[in-house]
Design a protein around this ligand. Structure first.
Ligand code: SAM
Length: 287
């Protein structure tokens, strides 16, 4: 799994992306091309600048080994911000929760776009998110933002279930986490919730069958944008209601890199078992 690399403006069709690349930078992490360093009392901080939807964001990444993958800004997160920009998505007056936020970039943008946003991640990550809120969100908007610890499969019942939007970028990356993530999504989602999941589909981690096979058993799934060279797709999900016809957007696995044929039985977690439509048991034990 690699963090964000710079992608050409033409492919992403985003507007005003400061970090847009020249050819020679394309394979480098995005923060190498426009990055500054700083320290607080204990931690090295790296800064990256982005422009989305008319907002200039300065995102801090804390170089703390405990943060691991949370201290990167992932391509899937940038792609979701660009999707909001391209589609003029607004969250005005809407109740939003972001899962696995990392630096907070997606949730912060949702708040700047008018949302009442709860940004969540594991506890160690919250200091980084709070720093980014204090830098990027004007005082007048801060009352619309909360930062809370939410470990999937453990904490979701402490949260309400009346969200208009659930956001997640690059949170489908390890099959070990999928049962807990699915449990969390199903708990937080109501009939009126729209979920945006932006995912980089990687072979060998079960992300393709998770989107292709598991999610459609619980949600209407639609790919609303895709970034072919990086195999990133933004999915729009809504909860399947009783009596509703299940809508699946087709063979999403066409997005997968061609080199390896997906074999669910070979995934580290032991593979997925196809769940027949109508079966609605707890997800555990089926991965
Ligand atoms: C690949 S990073 C993506 C970060 C950010 N969304 C982005 O796009 O830049 C995955 C994030 O999911 C969080 N995460 C992983 N497992 C989790 C769990 N079980 N509960 C809550 N968050 C989790 C990690 O802490 C990390 O911030």
């Amino acid at each position: 799994m690699k963090p964000a690399t710079v992608v050409s403006q033409g492919r992403l069709r985003g507007k005003n992306i400061k970090n847009m690349a020249t050819e020679q930078h394309r394979q480098r992490p995005i923060y190498d091309s426009d990055e500054n360093e700083d320290h607080d009392s204990t931690t090295l901080i790296r800064w990256n600048n982005f422009d989305f939807c008319g907002f200039s964001l300065k995102i801090a990444r804390m170089m703390d080994p405990r943060l691991g993958i949370s201290s990167y800004i992932w391509d899937a997160g940038i792609s979701l911000c660009q999707y909001f920009e391209k589609e003029d998505v607004t969250f005005t007056g809407k109740k939003v929760i972001e899962l696995g936020s990392g630096t907070g970039i997606v949730g912060i943008l949702a708040a700047l776009l008018g949302g009442h946003v709860t940004i969540t991640d594991k506890p160690d990550t919250l200091k980084q998110i709070n720093s980014n809120i204090s830098i990027n969100v004007p005082f007048a908007c801060r009352h619309r933002l909360k930062v809370r610890p939410l470990t999937w499969g453990e904490d979701q019942t402490k949260f309400p279930t009346d969200y208009d939007f659930i956001l997640g970028s690059d949170i489908v990356y390890s099959s070990v986490c999928y049962p807990a993530l699915l449990e969390t999504l199903r708990y937080l989602c109501n009939q009126g919730t729209t979920i945006y999941l932006s995912s980089e589909l990687r072979t060998g981690n079960g992300s393709i069958p998770f989107h292709d096979v598991i999610l459609p058993d619980y949600f209407n799934c639609e790919v609303v944008t895709r970034l072919e060279p990086k195999c990133i797709a933004v999915y729009k999900l809504t909860k399947i209601g009783t009596g509703h016809v299940r809508r699946v957007c087709g063979p999403l696995s066409l997005l997968a890199p061609k080199k390896k044929k997906e074999n669910p039985q070979s995934y580290p977690s032991g593979g997925f078992e196809r769940v027949m439509p109508g079966s609605r048991g707890p997800p555990f034990g089926r991965f």
